[in-house]
Design a protein around this ligand. Sequence first.
Ligand code: HEM
Length: 611
Amino acid sequence: MAGFLTRNEVAVLSALATHALLNRFTLDRYSHLVLLAWIAAFGSVAAGEWRADAGFRKALQDTAKIACVYFVTLLTSVMVYRGLFHRLRKFPGPFLPRLSKWFSLSYVIPQFQYHKQVPLLHKQYNSDIVRTGPRELSIIDPAAIPLVHGAQAKCVKGVWYDMFKHMEGSSIHTARSKDLHREHRRVWDRAMNETSLRAYEPRVNNYVRLLISRLEEHENDKSIRMSDWVAFLAFDIMGDVGFSRSFGMLQKGKMDWVIDLLHGGMSAMSVFTHIPYVASLLTRLGAGGDVLRLMEWAHGTLDERKIKQEKQGEKDIVGHLLDCDNKEITSRRALNAAARLLVVAGSDTTSATLTFIFLELARNPHTQRHLRSILPSLSAKPHLEAQDLTHIPYLDAIINETMRLHPVVPSGVQRETPPEGLTLPNGTYIPGHTQIWMPIYAIHHDARNFSSPETFAPERWLVNGTTQAGVISATSSRENSPFDEKTVIVPSRSFSRSTTPSSTASTTPDNFLSETPPTDPTTTPSNPEGTTTYTANPRAFMPFSTGTYKCAGWRLAMIEMRCVVANIVRRWEVRFAVGEDGSDIDEKTQDCFTVNPGKLDVRLVPWDEDE
Ligand code: HEM
C-alpha cells in the first residue's frame, strides 16, 4: 500500500513538474517530444512493473492507474492555474477558452467564420481587449497597432508561425527571428521595388488582356463564375512573375491540380490556427500528405526554373531570391517554402479580393457607372495598362473599401509580446510572451473607426470633397497609411446618399462596441441635408498588415487589381447571374487564416453606348 501511495505521489509530483516546465518554456514546436517523453516514461513504468513480478495484465493496469493520477493532476493544475492565477487573469473573456484553446473551436466549427465571432466577443465583454485563449488576447484598439505591428514594435511573430517549420524551414513569412526576417525582407524588397515592378508590369498587362478576351468569349453566357476567372488570372500572373512559369489556367479555363491541392487543405487551417501544436504533431506523424505533394511540386518547379535561362532584363521573384548570397535563404528547403508562399500569399489573396470587389460592384451599380464615367473611353484606348491607372482615386477607393469590408486575412496575424511585456497607450499592461491578435475584420467593422461600417461606401476614402483630389490609399509607402495624425477626411458631398445602406453584408452589428457616434477628428457627422457622409480612420485600416512585416507584395497586388477592375468595368456592367445574390459569399466565406470566399456567379452586360 505504501509503495502504491509512493507511486501516486511520484505521479503527482511529476505532473506538477511537467506543468512548471510547460509554463516555463514554449513547447508548441516540440509537441512530438512531449509525446515521446510520455510514451517513454509510461513505457518504463510498465516495464518496471512487469519485471517486478506483476505479469503483463497487472503491469498494464498499474501503469494505467499511475497515468490517470498523473494526467488528472496535470490537467487540474493547468486548468486551475489558467483559470485563476494566470498572468492574463484580469482580462475579460469567455471562460472555457481561457482554460484551453480547444474550446475556441466551438466558435470556429461548423461555419469556419471565427472572424465574425470575435467582434461579438468584444461586444459581449464590452472591452477592446478580450482574452481568447490561455495565453492569448484579442485587441481591437487601433492605438495599439504601432506597438504591436509598427516598425519600432518590440513584438515578434507568434508561435503560430512555427506550425510547419520542421517541414519547410523558414520563409520570409515564417521567420520569427527579427534578424533572419530582415535578411529575407532585404531580398524581397529588391524583388518588389519600383524597377522590378516595372519589369513585371508587361506580364500583368498581358494576362489581363487574356482575361478580357476569354471573358469576351463568354459574354453571352447567362452565368460566368467570376470567382474562378479571377483566380485563374491571379495564379497565372503569380506563376509568371514568381518563376516565369504560367499555370495556363486562363487558357484552359480550368483550375490547375496544384491549386486544387492547395485549397483542399484550407478548412483545416481554420482549426489548426487555434491549436498549432497539433498541426505540428500530426504532420510529424505523417499526416499532411497534401503539404508533401505541394513541396514536391515546388521542388520540381524550382529545378525547372534554375535550368531555364533568364531572359535578359526580365527577372522574376525567384530569380531575385536565387541571386542572394545568404545560404539560409537559398537553401533548397527555404526556396521551396518561398515558392509555395508565392502561390498562397500572392495569388489566393488577390483573387479573393477581386471576387469581393465584383461582389460589391454587382451590389452597387451606381459605383460601376461612376467609375466607368471617369475612365478613358474604350475608343480612346482599347486596353488600359498598369501605368494608365496609377492616379485614379475612385478606383483605389473602391479597392480600399472592398478590402475594408472583406479583409482577406480577417482574423489578423499573431504577434508575441516581448519578455518584459508591453504597455498600451491607454496604460494597460500586457505581460510578456502573450500571443496577440489584432483582428482586422473586427477593427474594419468597428463604427468608431468607420462610420456605418457595414455600408460599402468608396467615397469615405476620398479627400477634399472630390474624387480627383487624392485618395487615402493602402498603397502608401508609409507604415500604416498616408495620413498623419492631423489629417481630416472630408468625404465628397456629391457622393452622400440617403441614410439607408445599400449593402449590409454581414451579421456583425453596426457600431458593435459603442452606441455613441464616433468623435475621432477624422470623422464627419451626417450633413444637414439628411444624407450620410462616410468616414474613415486610416490608422485602423490594415488589409496588408503594417510595419516590419507588412505585405511584401502589396504594390503588385494593387497593380493587378486596378488593371482587372478598370478593364472589366469599362466594357461591361457586372450583374449578378440569375439565382445569385451574393449571399453565398456572405454566409460561406471561410476564415482559414486567409479567406476562402466561395463562388460568385455574374453576368457581363455590355454597356449601352449612350450610358
Ligand atoms: C490583395 C492582395 C493581398 C493582400 C490583402 C495581402 C495581405 C497580406 C497580409 C495581411 C500579410 C501579413 C501576413 C502575416 O504577417 O502573417 C501579407 C504578407 C505577405 N504578403 Fe501579401 N497580400 C496580398 C498580395 C500579395 C502579393 C501579390 C504578394 C506577392 C508575392 C504577397 C506577398 C507577401 C509576402 C511575401 C508576405 C510576408 C511579408 C513579411 O512577413 O515580411 N502578397 N500579405
